[in-house]
Design a protein around this ligand. Structure first.
Ligand code: PLP
Length: 373
């Protein structure tokens, strides 16, 4: 190595993309507290508190509720790899990038996957799943509650009934909804859900809260073949988070401090107040974008407050405009994914970043980008 790099000096940005979102100062400070051993009695108490707070966030009494070491996709993989065995059938709603990712992960578990494809930028209806499920019985029926690639909030009403009709465990991707939009796993009858730390929980990326219902745990215990991923095997991990405290892998101790503080902040604010804040600022952003003459990709009734997808106006180049926002306003917004790449921006107002001031800053930046052309 020729010369050592200087000490890290990342610039301060306003993160208004699809995640990571702005991290509250007390969450960053929590990460700087003394590292404990992962079996230290004091750390075990902290783990129990995290479990309790995650249950409150997920709206569930599920004992098996814990953060996986990894990002949201590790949560997705945890759910699929634990619930599916080779030859099982999975029905997956695909109306965006993350539904497509779930289908791919399920296929890699050896499942026979039936994709229910829906229009990008629209929600799926229980009748859509019912029609697709007419093909028979399924082990898993999966959908994305908050589709970050399109900005759609998927209603959950009626989904449990369809899952029952086809004998399936109901799986929900709550990566972008948890801590932003009400999540009620028990009321919805969801059997397994996963999330990520860096969206509306406003924690750095690195942890994936998951929750499994007693029925999902029964499936897990009764598997014919061991979970193919040793690292994500919940039968093993549950004995570290649950009673025996058996070593499996070294918990990312300081990341868990961050999640502890982020969950505490969310619950201190109150989930209803927090959802109302996301709704209020999301609606203000949408109104502001429309006032600038831009058109939104999702009809109002299906819009996700914390992630707004907006068409890039003709004549404005995607990447240079976003670069302008970053350089001149310190604002990061997201580009489109999949078929929306190049013609859509995704603006996130998540957790600590969901403020009236950020709505104003973002609109000012976009107005300047439009003026500049
Ligand atoms: C971000 C996201 C994921 C993937 O999470 P990573 O942390 O990027 O691995 C999965 N599903 C949805 C809906 C997401 O928004």
């Amino acid at each position: 190595m020729s010369a050592l790099p200087p000490p890290l000096d990342p610039p301060r940005r306003t993160l208004l993309g699809p995640g990571p979102s702005e991290v509250a100062p007390s969450v960053l400070l929590a990460m700087a507290k003394p590292t404990l051993g992962h079996l230290d009695p004091r750390f075990l108490e902290i783990m129990d508190q995290i479990g309790d707070m995650l249950r409150a966030l997920f709206g569930t009494a599920n004992p098996l509720t814990l953060p996986m070491s990894g990002t949201g996709s590790a949560g997705m993989e945890t759910v699929m790899v634990n619930l599916l065995q080779p030859g099982d059938r999975a029905l997956v709603g695909v109306n965006g990038v993350f539904g497509a990712r779930m289908a791919e992960v399920a296929r890699r578990c050896g499942a026979e996957v039936v994709e229910l494809t829906g229009e990008w930028g629209r929600a799926l209806a229980p009748e859509d799943f019912r029609a697709a499920a007419a093909a028979g019985r399924f082990q898993v029926m999966a959908l994305v509650h908050a589709e970050t690639s399109t900005g759609v909030l998927q209603p959950m009403d009626g989904m449990r009934t369809v899952a029952d009709e086809c004998g399936a465990l109901l799986v929900a991707d709550c990566v972008t909804s948890l801590g932003g939009t009400p999540v009620q796993l028990d009321a919805w009858g969801v059997d397994a859900a996963y999330s990520g730390s860096q969206k509306c929980l406003s924690c750095p990326p690195g942890l994936a809260p998951v929750s499994f219902s007693p029925r999902a745990v029964e499936t897990l215990r009764g598997r014919r073949v061991p979970v193919q991923s040793w690292y994500l095997d919940l039968n093993l991990i549950a004995s570290y988070w649950g009673g025996e405290r058996a070593y499996h892998h070294t918990a990312p101790v300081n990341m868990l401090y961050a999640l502890h503080e982020a969950a505490r902040l969310a619950l201190t604010e109150g989930l209803e107040a927090r959802a109302a804040r996301h709704f209020r600022h999301g609606r203000a952003l949408a109104a502001g974008l429309e006032a600038l003459g831009l058109s939104l990709r999702v009809p109002e009734a299906e819009r996700l407050p914390q992630l707004t997808a907006v068409s890039i106006p003709d004549g404005l180049a995607d990447v240079p405009a976003r670069r302008f926002l970053l350089d001149e306003f310190g604002v990061e917004i997201g580009g489109g994914l999949g078929p929306m790449k190049g013609d859509t921006w995704r603006i996130g107002l998540m957790g600590a970043g969901c403020t009236r001031a950020n709505v104003a800053l973002c609109l000012a930046g976009i107005a300047a980008a439009l003026e500049r052309g």
